[in-house]
Every structure is written in C-alpha cells, then in structure tokens.
Design a binder for this molecule. Structure first.
Ligand SMILES: Cc1cc2nc3c(=O)[nH]c(=O)nc-3n(C[C@H](O)[C@H](O)[C@H](O)COP(=O)(O)OP(=O)(O)OC[C@H]3O[C@@H](n4cnc5c(N)ncnc54)[C@H](O)[C@@H]3O)c2cc1C
Length: 304
C-alpha cells in the first residue's frame, strides 16, 4: 500500500513525488512520458534559479532528483482508477495494479486535434504534434505548421532552420496570439510562407503525408500544397475522463481544485496544467501547485 500514487510524470508529478517522499510518504509515480510537455520545449529560460537550460537536461535533473529521494517511478499509462470500500484507491496500469491511500492527478494537457481527414491515418507518418521532438526528421523537406499561438509560431521558427520550406497556416488573421516579436521574426524568414485566413481541409498521401488541401476562407480559394510533414499546434486539452467519478471539471475539462489542490473526493488531489487553478501554464506554476498537493495529501493522511 502506497501513501500516494502520482499519476503523470511531468514537472508537477515529479515535484509532488519529491515533496511526498520528503514527508516519508511511500510514493509511486506512474507517467507515460517522463518530463511531460517540458520535452516539447527547446530551451527553458524562465525556470527560477536556472538561467538557461535545454529542456532535455532539465527533465534529466528533475528525474535524478526525484529518484534520489527514493520515489518509485513507472513509465506507464494509467488506464483505470477505482475507489475501494476502505477509501483507498486502486490504480491500474499496463497489466498491473497498485493501491494507495491518496492519489495526486498531474496528467497535464494533450495536443488538440484538427479532426480532419488524414490526420489520424498519418499520425507518426508525417503528422506530428511536437516540432522540437520530430523536427529533425524533416531536414531539407517541406512542412506545414497549423496554429496561431506562440507554440505554432515558435514551431515555425524552429522548423525554418531544419526544413527547406515552412508553410504557416493561420485560420484567422485576427486570431494571432503569438508575441509580436515572434510574429516579426517569422515575417523576416524567407523560407516561411505565412498563409493567413487559411484552413487545412485534408491531409493526403499514399503511405505517408504527401500533400494538404487548404482553403482561404476570406477569399474563397483553394490550394494544394505538396509537402512531407504537418505540425499541428492548435492548443492543448485536458483528458481527465479517467477521473470523472472523483472530480468536478470545468467546461474546458480542467479539474476543479480548492486552494489546497483538493478535489471533491477526499484523498484525491490534482496539480499542474490539468487543474483550473491558473489560466497560465508554466513549469513554475505546475511545480508550485504540486508542492501544495503533496503537502495537502500528507496533511490529509495525518488527519486520518
Ligand atoms: C512547446 C512548449 C514550450 C514550453 N515552454 C515553456 C517554458 O519555456 N517555460 C515554462 O515555464 N513552461 C513552458 N511550457 C509549459 C510547461 O511545459 C507546462 O506548463 C508544464 O509542463 C505543465 O506541467 P504538468 O506536470 O502539469 O503537465 P505535463 O507537462 O503535461 O505532464 C503531464 C504528464 O502526464 C502524463 N499523462 C497523461 N495522462 C496519463 C495517464 N493516464 N497515465 C500516466 N501518465 C499520464 C503525460 O504523458 C505527461 O507526461 C511549454 C510548453 C510547451 C508545449
């Protein structure tokens, strides 16, 4: 029996692990992609106390630190959680089950899908949701980036140094949410072709991505672009259906917590991007919430 099982091994999950184990709680972290969204970042310059660090290195430091505290970590996906009659929780992952007195949900956010023809079929065969992870596979090739926020513009900027041509497809020119400085930088790059008011209607090819069909919704025109990859950067969503019985959620699917990071179910806490606590999504915010969640879980067990 663990004192706590932490679901998700991004910065929130690993921080919760550190704080729980420092309180002598028997702790297990189960996470499917260690590092979480941090691995999608290129360099991190705003994590307090660290001037500038590659995201890969920061993930390694988090992981080494949490393991050095004696926390157990499993790289796996949690498929089901059940509450037992005694108030503990059974957490199912791979073909195994682990039980704990408390759980801390830190599953972060996942990429939003375009939901168009070809997206699912070519996922991993030219369709990607992470420019920093998959960009190097497109050296000297033609790619498109879909989106209008910082992630999309940042992806286009990174890819312009790797790919030969980058098409940046922005649905609505008034919806650009990227920083002005980033937009200005993108406009300077000769191999980035900004397509405003453009939607992607289909991703097509034989066994891999070969072209996209686009439409300019302002001018009512169509365009077919031959290319090798499509990077979807249209935001991230919370996928907390697994915990529907234990937590209340906002319309956007974020888990509602109080200022102790507690959910409506005693013993169930949540932290990081998946919660509704902050509209801002940053590592420092996720780690701060995780600190609260772990200490609240400890206090809850003390109370019992
Ligand atoms: C491209 C990009 C660049 C960024 N740059 C910065 C930056 O420079 N500075 C900054 O402060 N922030 C940055 N961020 C934001 C920052 O990465 C996030 O705010 C932070 O990672 C959130 O941490 P988290 O632990 O709450 O969630 P996540 O990092 O999303 O981690 C959640 C983890 O849970 C796992 N998981 C989900 N479901 C399950 C399940 N059922 N079972 C097991 N595991 C599961 C996920 O796979 C993931 O590994 C960036 C984000 C992106 C996408």
């Amino acid at each position: 029996m663990y004192d706590t099982i932490i679901i998700g091994s991004g910065p929130a999950g690993m921080t919760a692990g550190m704080y729980a184990s420092r309180r002598e709680m028997k702790t297990l972290i189960i996470g499917k992609e260690p590092g979480g969204q941090m691995v999608w970042a290129h360099e991190i310059e705003n994590y307090p106390g660290v001037k500038r660090i590659s995201a890969f290195e920061l993930v390694q430091i988090f992981r080494e630190q949490v393991l050095s505290f004696g926390v157990e970590m499993k790289d796996a996906e949690v498929k089901k959680v059940e509450k037992t009659e005694t108030g503990s929780f059974k957490v199912y992952y791979d073909n195994e089950m682990a039980e704990a007195r408390t759980i801390i949900i830190s599953i972060g956010l996942s990429p939003r899908r375009l939901a168009i023809k070809g997206e699912e079929e070519f996922n991993g065969k030219g369709v990607s949701y992470c420019a920093n992870c998959d960009g190097p596979f497109f050296r000297g090739k033609k790619v498109a980036v879909v989106g209008s926020g910082n992630s999309a513009f940042d992806a286009a900027e990174v890819l312009s140094k790797i790919a030969s041509e980058v098409y940046l497809l922005v649905r609505n020119e008034d919806s650009i949410r990227a920083f002005d400085s980033l937009v200005a930088e993108i406009k300077k790059r000769s191999n980035i072709h900004l397509r405003l008011n453009t939607v992607i209607e289909e991703i097509a090819g034989e066994n891999k991505v070969e072209r996209i069909n686009c439409a300019n919704i302002k001018e009512n025109t169509k365009e077919v672009i031959d290319l090798d990859g499509v990077f979807v950067e249209i935001g991230r969503i919370a996928s907390a259906d697994l915990f529907a019985d234990f937590v209340e959620r906002t319309e956007a699917g974020r888990i509602i917590v109080d200022n102790q990071c507690a959910t409506k179910t005693p013993g169930v806490f949540a932290a990081g991007d998946v919660t509704d606590l902050s509209e801002f999504k940053q590592i420092s915010i996720a780690t701060g919430q995780a600190t609260i969640a772990a200490l609240s879980a400890y206090k809850y067990l003390q109370g019992k």
